[in-house]
Design a binder for this molecule. Structure first.
Ligand SMILES: Nc1ncnc2c1ncn2[C@@H]1O[C@H](COP(=O)(O)OP(=O)(O)O)[C@@H](O)[C@H]1O
Ligand SMILES: [Mg+2]
Length: 350
């Protein structure tokens, strides 16, 4: 059996007083997308930089595609591609000039580098902008060029560090498509993100990271089931049939049904089983017309709140000079351990 894409044990990295990464274990199988989800400052980039051999761990060990990141950094570098927040593209060069430069650095001849560069720029919808200087590119175009550049040589493993943070929804969807294409071509992708929705759309499994520690691991479905705060909102066509609809939903969902101020609207919190489809089917079978419905997903904030006891945006001061750095609110202890245990139990059954 080939080595997993990534195997990390007890990774630690401190910067002065900050324990940026505080004992991270990760096992990532080959193929597909593995997500690392966490708020700003959680330690995502530091984990990636250690795995990509750009930063030496203070403690712990990691193998990437079977090679030790400290003992065999060159072997690791030959097999990976890294892109993200620290891409070094040249602002004064055009898009294609940047691509050629990257290609030459990877050992391509001039013509071959240009050919491969154009091919990728076309694939990423950047052909029209090829001869434009990079400083005239939008954020989304830059992000795509950055990914394109790291694909000049098809990598076995690609690190994508927050590839969609701060870009518009259209570019975001394009980046998602690119990632799916990469995966179809056999590349393993390690994606960091602050967005639950992104992890949900792309990741086969994910680790939730906070204060430099993995606090939960599993499939997106398992994580959401732990949180279990999805909500279904239904609007019936005829307001006078709302009570009837409420009775049907109560029966199928086994949940408290909330009558919204809109006289046609009902909502219910969904449990981990998420029986939304059955609920809608039951309404249809009862002959109750549904004007529309919406399925609310738990937000990243809700996931965080449930897993950590604090909100994702409750960011501690960067330089924490108090003694509180390693501590968590005591209210967090229970949900964290419950969620983590449930997930690892599930994981063991694979
Ligand atoms: N080179 C560095 N020097 C000092 N502190 C750093 C450095 N890199 C990261 N940090 C700190 O380490 C913590 C984790 O940072 P980072 O890994 O960049 O988090 P994320 O990528 O999840 O936003 C933060 O508190 C950050 O300020
Ligand atoms: Mg980062």
């Amino acid at each position: 059996m080939p080595a997993p894409a990534i195997q990390a044990r007890g990774l630690v990295k401190t910067f002065g007083e900050t324990r940026a990464v505080d004992g991270v274990d990760l096992t990532i199988a080959r193929g597909g997308v593995y997500g690392v989800l966490g708020p700003n400052g959680a330690g995502k980039t530091t984990v990636i930089r250690m795995l990509a051999t750009l930063l030496r761990p203070d403690a712990g060990e990691a193998q990437v595609l079977g090679h030790d990141v400290v003992a065999e950094p060159q072997a690791v570098r030959e097999k990976i591609a890294l892109t993200g927040q620290f891409a070094s593209l040249d602002e004064d060069l055009t898009g294609i000039e940047n691509m050629v430069l990257i290609g030459r650095l990877q050992g391509y001849g001039k013509t071959a580098a240009r050919e491969r560069g154009m091919q990728l720029m076309e694939a990423f919808g950047l052909a029209d902008a090829a001869t434009r200087q990079l400083k005239k590119y939008s954020g989304g175009m830059r992000r795509r060029l950055d990914i394109a550049g790291s694909l000049i040589v098809t990598p076995e493993l690609m690190f994508l560090d927050e590839p969609t943070t701060g870009i518009d929804p259209r570019s975001r969807n394009q980046v998602w498509d690119i990632i799916r294409t990469l995966v179809d071509a056999g590349t393993t992708v390690l994606l960091t993100t602050q967005y639950l929705e992104e992890a949900d759309q792309l990741a086969d499994r994910l680790a939730v990271i906070d204060h430099g520690q993995v606090i939960a691991e599993g499939t997106p479905g398992q994580l959401k089931a732990q949180v279990g705060t999805g909500a279904l909102t239904v609007r019936v066509i005829e307001a006078e049939r709302r009570e009837e609809a409420a009775a049907v939903l109560a029966r199928v969902l086994d949940a408290e049904i909330v009558r919204e101020s809109d006289p046609t609207a009902l909502s219910a919190r969904l449990g981990p089983e998420m029986r939304a489809a059955s609920a809608l089917t039951a309404l249809e079978e009862s002959g109750i017309g549904v004007e529309n419905f919406a399925l609310g997903q738990p937000s990243l904030d809700e996931v965080f709140l449930a897993l950590t006891g604090h909100r994702a945006e409750d960011k501690e001061p960067e330089q924490d000079t108090t003694d509180g750095q390693g501590e968590r609110p005591s209210a967090a202890a229970e949900p964290v351990s419950a969620a983590t245990q449930a997930l690892s139990e599930d994981g063991d059954q694979r």
